[in-house]
Every structure is written in C-alpha cells, then in structure tokens.
Design a protein around this ligand. Structure first.
Ligand SMILES: Nc1ncnc2c1ncn2[C@@H]1O[C@H](COP(=O)(O)OP(=O)(O)OP(=O)(O)O)[C@@H](O)[C@H]1O
Ligand SMILES: CCCCCCCCCCCCC/C=C/[C@@H](O)[C@H](CO)NC(C)=O
Ligand SMILES: [Ca+2]
Length: 585
C-alpha cells in the first residue's frame, strides 16, 4: 500500500534544507527556506531510482565511498537532449542527502529500498552478458567494464560475462546451455551480435515449445527472456531504433530499470528451410551489394559501409525480380501516415490487443501465443515484376546514425507488420536523390520510382526461375567469408606459421577467385545477374525467399524512442504551491 511506504522529513543537501517526501511512486524534495514562488522541487519516480547507498557515494568514472552514518546517496535516471539524435540521453543522477540522525538515515534507505522492490518487480537481478571484442571499433570490453559493470553493481545486478572467441558462439551457447536463473541476455556489440542473440533465443524458445522453425506457416512462441543491447558496433541500428541514442550508459540504465519493448521479427525462409530472422533490414540490390562489398573491407571498421556505398552506387546496377506481397490492414496504419513510433506508441499498443486477444495482461509474455493469422482473413496477395535498384523489407524504422529517421520513418516496432520498399530502376541521379533523402527529413517515398507498402508477408523470386544458377555462386561466396573468419580466428588463436599458411592457401586460392567471380560486377563494372540479400548485416545464401512478420516475438530492455520535444514540458507549475516542478517522467 502506498501509505505504508510514505516517509517525510527535513533533509540537507550541502548546507541547504529541503522537505523530502517519499510516496509509493515518487521521491520529491523541495527547498524549505525559500518563498513559495522561488521553491524548486525535484521529483523522481521510484521506478527510475537506480540505487540507494549509505554514505556519500560516487560511482562513475570510479567508485568512491565516504562512509558516514547520517548521509545517504540516491542514484536515479537523469535525462538530457542529445545533440545528434531524436532520442533522450539517460545518465546517472546523484544526490547526497544528510540527516539529523543515523536512525532517520536508516529509515530513509530502508523505505527507499522497499519501495524499489515493490514498484519495480520487472527489474533484472541476474544477466547473461556476451561481449564481442571485434565489433565496431573493437572497444566492447572497455565499454562494458568501465561504463556498464559499475551501474549493474550499483543496481544489485549480478552478471555472467562471456567474451566471445568466435562468431556464433553466443548463438550456440543460447541454443544449448542451461539458462536457468537468468532474467535476460545482454549483447555488447552491434547489430550482428544482437542477431546472434536473437537467433539463439528464438531457436531455444521454439525447441522448448516443440515447434518447428522450418515451417514457414508456424506460429512462433514469444521469447520469455528480454534482450539488452549495449551499443559497440558499426551501425547499431537496432539500438538506435529502440532507444533513440547510441550510448552505453543510456542502454545500461534502460536494462537496470527493467524497461520492456516488444519487437516484431521477420522470418526468412527458402523453400522449407529457415534461413534467418531479421528485425531491421532484409535488403536486395543496393543494400545487399553494399554489404557484400563491405565484407572485403572489414579492416576499415564502420567506414567500410561509406566506402562500399560509394563503390556500389557508382556501379549503377539494377536487378530483375518478381515481388509478391500480402498487404496489412490499411485502416490500422500506413507507411506514409507520418506517424512516428515513439515511447508509448498507440499504434503498437493497440496492436498488442489484436496480436494477443486472449490474454488478461495484453503484454504478458507467458500467454499462449495466439496465431496472428487465424483470426483475420489472410487477404489478397499482390504481385509486381520488373527491374529494381533495391527491394527492402523492414520491421521497424531502421533508423541509425547514417539515417536518423530510417529506411521507413513511420514503421512501428511492435505492430505485427513490416514495410516493403520497392525502388524501381531509375536514372542514377534520381536514385542518388532517393538515397540522400535518408540523411534528411525529406520524404524518400515521395518519388515516382519508389513504392512503399505495409505488409504481413513478402515473397521474392527471379524471373524464369534462375535460382539454381546463382545458388552455387552465393554458397561459394559464403564459404569464402566463413574462411575469412577462419583466417581471423587463426590469426588470433593459431601460430604465426599456421597463419602464414592459411593466408597463402585461402587468400590466393579461394577468396580472390570466389569473391571476385561472384561479385565481378562490383570490381569490373559488369552487372551481375543477381544481387544478394542483406539480412541485418548478414549475407543470405539464397535469392528466392519468403518473408513473414511475427508480431512482438521478442522483448528488449528499452521503451522506444522518447520524444525529446516532450522534455521541454517536464518543468511545469505544480498545482499546490506554484513552485517550479521538475518532473522526470
Ligand atoms: N569473437 C568473435 N570473433 C569474430 N567474430 C565475432 C566474434 N563475436 C561475434 N562475432 C561476429 O562479428 C560480427 C560483427 O559483430 P557486430 O555486429 O557486433 O559488429 P559490427 O558488424 O561492427 O556492427 P554492426 O552489425 O552494427 O554494423 C557478428 O556478426 C558476430 O557474429
Ligand atoms: C549521398 C548520400 C547517400 C547516403 C545513403 C544513406 C542511406 C543509409 C541507409 C542506412 C540503412 C541502414 C539499415 C540498417 C541495416 C542494418 O541491419 C545492417 C546491420 O547493421 N547494416 C547495414 C549497413 O547493412
Ligand atoms: Ca513492425
């Protein structure tokens, strides 16, 4: 009961006296010795209190404790506008209070800790953390240990940390090892690392539910464990689109307070084989070619995408294809309705009732996952054929540093649909205009050669069924890339002699031949017959695919992009004493 937790007293901050009040939901403190009009009140939701420590304590950049028996320190979420993104930066606010007695100090710390337990039941207590030491600028370990671990310790979260030694180690661990006792999984890396955790958790959940992922029509079981992302990659698109900023401290704080953001997932099948899952981009043509080209320049780090984008753009390619799609209900929303999917999004929350109509708590993860297709007619498939610059399917906006509003600015994180973007073959300068509009707020869909549709499923095929011709080549490409990973692994784990041998054997014999022969169009300006699919930064081994959106299949420790503009309204006149009230939502 809220009244049981109420506590009120005078407290000092420095040499100033404040009137402090703890209700079940808020901790407030107001300057005591000022006229009403000038009083400043700070109000912090209990749900956004990160921790309470005895004494005068600092946490970042290093922990320091001045252990006194009449002082205590409250740590909480502090918001600020980010100069470069639409979202709000979260940082660790800290206020050191002094009490007239140790008894009162202990009363405050005990009441606050009890309120935290009562009003934040979804907070994680034990996390499984995977760090990719090679993603992005290779700073994953440093980021985690210097910025994130101290916050987890402050919040009383215990972590089991695994620094990966090879690609797919995180995925394999989640598919096979005992996950008992973990409340969530955290990946320190970029979109590829998130994708590993996504595949591991979805696969494990379906295994345990006795469901067959290879069936394109299967209704998948939502994953019970939340996923947290600490951004340490190159694109970090998933983090950007679900938190709004690329900032390890902000992401760590969303994890600590147990935020929960459902996320749509796109399954990709070829024939009756599950190829991959995607939450961001399944892209053919330009985005696929950019990824394929960038694989040869990993040593460039994040810059590899800028360089490869230029190379691919100048190669001026388009590809023939047949695109079939199943439109979503146009009455619910549209990719051109100018809505933005922000924290507390109405479109997504209304979708929860539609996606999970038989659950008492519509957000409950443990409900039986109701088929998203059994209670609505499938609808009519639409088919188009022609030459495309790019074909993209995205479950979300796919906003990122390069494209702040994203591939589809009005796409929604958790509405059970994806957006299909068709860019028909066009003059190079028109295509450049399309690309450039991604970097600004201009509407990239307001061009005659661009179509966008909100869909539930998409099928892509080649005219006159040339799948087999290219399948062999793409498979060789992937073997070359995997062998590249082999070379990387040997270079880390093997002897110099092994490395020299593996480099000679592979670089000259396989890679140059295979990559060049498959992607000759990228190097020699000839147009290859087909592109490759970019699936959240991984190249798919097939060209003809079937994509299907599974609504709210996973949950992230996030709350969507907080609207920075709303923050200006957070300091408001309070009703009673007309003092300035700074309320953190
Ligand atoms: N120890 C490791 N050695 C080699 N590769 C790894 C290791 N751990 C993970 N990987 C692989 O590295 C790939 C890239 O990692 P990650 O996505 O974190 O960085 P990135 O590609 O720079 O970022 P982004 O995907 O956001 O552009 C992932 O696909 C992952 O499977
Ligand atoms: C002349 C200016 C041209 C600017 C071109 C801007 C287009 C940027 C579009 C970026 C889309 C990124 C979508 C996200 C994809 C991720 O899933 C994937 C993995 O991180 N990243 C990439 C680069 O494929
Ligand atoms: Ca969606």
């Amino acid at each position: 009961m809220e009244t049981d937790l109420r506590l009120e007293s005078s407290l000092w901050i420095g040499n100033k006296r404040y009137r402090a009040v703890l209700t079940g939901w808020h901790l407030k403190w107001t300057e005591a010795d000022k006229k009403n009009g000038d009083k400043k009140t700070v109000s912090v939701p209990v749900a956004e209190v990160v921790g309470v420590e005895n004494g005068r304590v600092e946490i970042l950049p290093q922990k320091s404790v001045e252990d006194t028996d009449k002082d205590f320190t409250v740590f909480y979420i502090k918001r600020s506008r980010s100069r470069s993104t639409y979202g709000l930066l979260w940082s660790l606010g800290r206020t050191q209070f002094s009490c007239p007695s140790r008894v009162l100090r202990d009363q405050w710390t005990n009441h606050l800790r009890t309120a935290l337990k009562t009003h934040s039941p979804l907070r994680p207590h034990r996390l499984l953390v995977f760090i990719n030491p090679f993603g992005g600028k290779k700073k994953g370990r440093e980021i985690y240990h210097s910025l994130v671990a101290p916050l987890f310790e402050l919040a009383g979260i215990s972590s089991h940390v695994i620094v990966t030694e090879r690609a797919n180690q995180a995925r394999d661990h989640l598919l096979k090892k005992d996950l008992t006792g973990f409340d969530g999984v955290v990946c320190v890396g970029g979109d590829g690392m998130f994708s590993e955790v996504l595949h591991g958790l979805i696969g494990r959940t379906q295994q345990e539910a006795g469901l067959c992922e290879t069936d394109p029509a299967v209704t998948l079981q939502p994953c019970p464990l939340h996923i947290g992302i600490i951004p340490a990659g190159s694109t970090d698109c998933v983090c950007y689109a679900t938190v709004g900023v690329i900032d390890p401290v902000s992401s760590a704080l969303h994890i600590i307070i147990g935020d929960s953001q459902p996320l749509d997932v796109c399954s990709v099948h070829h024939a009756s084989t599950l190829v991959r899952y995607s939450v961001s981009l399944v892209g053919y043509g330009f985005y696929g070619d950019v990824l394929a080209e960038s694989e040869k320049h990993r040593w460039m780090g994040p810059l590899r995408y800028d360089y490869s984008g230029t190379v691919v753009y100048l190669s001026n390619r388009s590809y023939a294809g047949i695109v079939q799609y199943l439109p979503a209900d146009p009455l619910l929303s549209s990719p051109k309705d100018k809505t933005r999917c922000l924290s507390g999004c109405n479109v997504c929350s209304r979708s929860t009732e539609r996606l999970f109509p038989h659950t008492s708590d519509s957000g409950s993860l443990y409900s039986s996952h109701f088929s998203q297709y059994s209670n609505d007619s499938e609808g009519e498939w639409v088919s188009v054929e022609g030459r495309f610059r790019c074909v993209s399917i995205t479950c979300m906006s796919s906003s990122c540093a390069r494209s702040p509003l994203g591939l589809s600015p009005s796409a929604h994180l958790a509405d059970g649909t994806g957006d299909l973007i068709l860019v028909w073959d066009t003059h190079p300068l028109s295509f450049l205009k399309f690309l450039y509009r991604h970097t600004s707020t201009q509407d990239q869909f307001d061009l005659p050669f661009v179509e966008v549709h909100r869909v539930k499923a998409v099928r892509f095929s080649l005219p006159d069924g040339r799948e087999e011709e290219v399948h062999e080549g793409i498979g060789e490409l992937n073997r070359a890339i995997e062998e590249r990973e082999y070379v990387d692994t040997v270079s880390r784990n093997g002897s110099q002699q092994q490395l020299a041998q593996s480099v000679v054997e592979r670089e000259t014999m396989n890679e140059h031949k295979t990559v060049a022969s498959i992607l000759c169009g990228l190097c020699c300006k000839k147009t290859p017959a087909v592109s490759v699919w970019n699936c959240d930064g991984e190249i798919l081994p097939f060209t003809e695919i079937f994509c299907r959106i599974h609504g709210q299949l996973v949950r992230l420790y996030a709350r969507g992009i907080e609207d920075g503009a709303a923050m200006q309204n957070c300091s408001q006149e309070s009703d009673k004493n007309k003092s300035r009230c700074i309320t953190y939502k």
